[in-house]
Design a protein around this ligand. Structure first.
Ligand SMILES: Cc1ncc(C[n+]2csc(CCOP(=O)(O)OP(=O)(O)O)c2C)c(N)n1
Length: 284
């Protein structure tokens, strides 16, 4: 049996006390232990940002890549070894801003990976600039008169792009978030868990108390996440109440199962034939 200590390491952590990343890290470890997934069987991938540092604090395989580029790396890793469980940790700036194009196309491909987006509505690492999710009027050192653009609604975007598993969590409801992450990991296809979290230093509006007052648990209602129109309706709820749980789930065929050659096994299990590769490369 996998234990929580198996994921522990002593890497120095400099997140601010009270940062939502702590709850998310705990929930992620809890989910992996509950599913009995050993550190050697998973790969964590992240881009750049405070959120993207999450894999540093896990004793397992990880790949810390460029800003906004976690999903392309996850794509390559999944195609090379589709037996590997892959989780991506990305900030809302990293994923929906710099990595927005990759977000769109990862949904189209329906890779069997789990994308955990740390949604704090601000750029934390670079000291508080607006993120694509920042609300109109949000004041930052760079936008002293307030943001002048509408916020991106990531769950609505994902749903409208045809995403097959779309969920929303809250970093400070760890038990609920762990359950959500478990459901996402077990889903066969692309799973998005957009996770609301406070940034205690650069977002004084969307605090722990602000989210807690509004978040309500879909697991505790009779909501069935199988109708797109109802999911789109829930995706719009924000000002007074915010649903957390699985908004939408449908059966789908993951990308690696759409590729005939991969049915014979993973690419990394094939013999490496340098001479044939050289021949192909010389011909182009
Ligand atoms: C190509 C590129 N552009 C900009 C940056 C600077 N940069 C680093 S992290 C970051 C924003 C991170 O915000 P987010 O993804 O929301 O994560 P958080 O720090 O809030 O967890 C930016 C703009 C960079 N490293 N590389």
């Amino acid at each position: 049996m996998v234990k929580i200590e198996d994921y522990h390491n002593d890497y120095e952590n400099k997140w601010c006390p009270g940062c939502g990343n702590f709850g998310l890290l705990d929930a992620m470890k809890d989910a992996l232990v509950n599913l009995d997934i050993a550190p050697r069987d998973i790969l964590l991938i992240s881009g750049i940002g405070q959120a993207a540092k999450t894999p540093h604090f896990m004793n397992c395989n990880f790949f810390h890549t460029l800003h906004g580029r976690a999903l392309p790396i996850a794509t390559g890793a999944k195609l090379a070894n589709h037996d590997l469980k892959i989780l991506v940790n990305s900030g809302d700036g990293d994923c929906y801003g710099e990595g927005g194009n990759h977000f769109i196309n990862a949904i189209r491909r329906n890779l069997d990976i789990t994308l955990l987006v740390h949604h704090n509505k601000v750029y934390g690492l670079t000291k508080g600039q607006a993120a694509p999710t920042s609300d109109m009027g949000f004041v930052t050192p760079q936008q002293p008169d307030g943001v002048r653009t509408d916020p991106l609604n990531p769950v609505k975007l994902a749903l409208s792009l045809g995403a097959s598993f779309v969920a929303r969590g809250f970093s400070n409801n760890r038990k609920h978030l762990s359950r959500l992450i478990q459901d996402a990991i077990q889903y066969r296809g692309f799973s998005l868990v957009d996770i609301l979290q406070p940034c205690v230093t650069y977002n004084k509006i969307n605090s722990h108390a602000w989210f807690k007052k509004r978040a309500y648990d879909l697991y505790e209602t009779d909501y069935q996440p199988d109708k797109l129109d109802e999911a789109l309706f829930l995706a719009e709820e924000w000002e007074d109440k915010i649903p957390i749980g699985i908004l939408y789930r449908k059966d789908s065929i993951p990308f690696h199962e759409r590729i005939g050659q991969l049915k014979e096994g993973t690419l990394i299990s094939r013999p490496y034939d340098a001479a044939t590769i050289q021949e192909i490369l010389s011909a182009v």
